[in-house]
Design a protein. Structure first.
Length: 153
């Protein structure tokens, strides 16, 4: 396997996280831009895209990447357990955001939900990158990026 492919998985994880950060920024822009009705419509669109991308990314990690990492490196089981717990918390927060977007006309309510997701998401991404990038860089498995990182690749 070429050396550049071996080290690409950590960079790929960071790239996917960057795309998710951009999707969150677009959701915020949808909330902040335009007339109140337009902002709600834009936010529904951008929130749906952001929420689907983030949830899809985490489902892919939980279903494909994490089991593979634990098989290859059983010592990572506590790290993977924490990351999976974070995924569950983020999914709960996404549910609250989706409910707020459909039920609230107050942009501040939606902003609070986005702020909460962003805070947990950033902490999660930083921990995941700190714990897994070097492991992924050393992995010689030829993964399918969409299978292990989700549809945002």
């Amino acid at each position: 396997m070429p050396a550049d492919r071996v080290t690409a998985w950590g960079a790929e994880l960071r790239r996917v996280h960057g795309k998710l950060r951009t999707a969150l920024a677009l959701a915020r822009a949808g909330l902040d831009g335009g007339a109140p009705g337009e902002a709600t419509t834009d936010l529904l669109l951008f929130c749906h895209g952001f929420c689907a991308a983030l949830s899809g990314h985490h489902r892919a990690e939980d279903g494909a990447l994490f089991p593979e990492l634990v098989r290859a490196r059983p010592d990572l089981a506590p790290v993977i357990a924490k990351l999976s717990a974070d995924h569950n918390m983020i999914e709960h927060l996404i549910g609250g955001l989706q409910k707020a977007v459909t039920e609230s006309t107050d942009p501040e309510v939606v902003h609070r939900h986005l702020d909460g997701i962003e805070a947990v998401m950033e902490t999660h991404f930083k921990y995941e990158e700190r714990e897994l990038v070097a492991v992924l860089d050393a992995t010689e498995t030829d993964f399918d990026p969409e299978v292990i990182f989700g549809p945002i690749t």
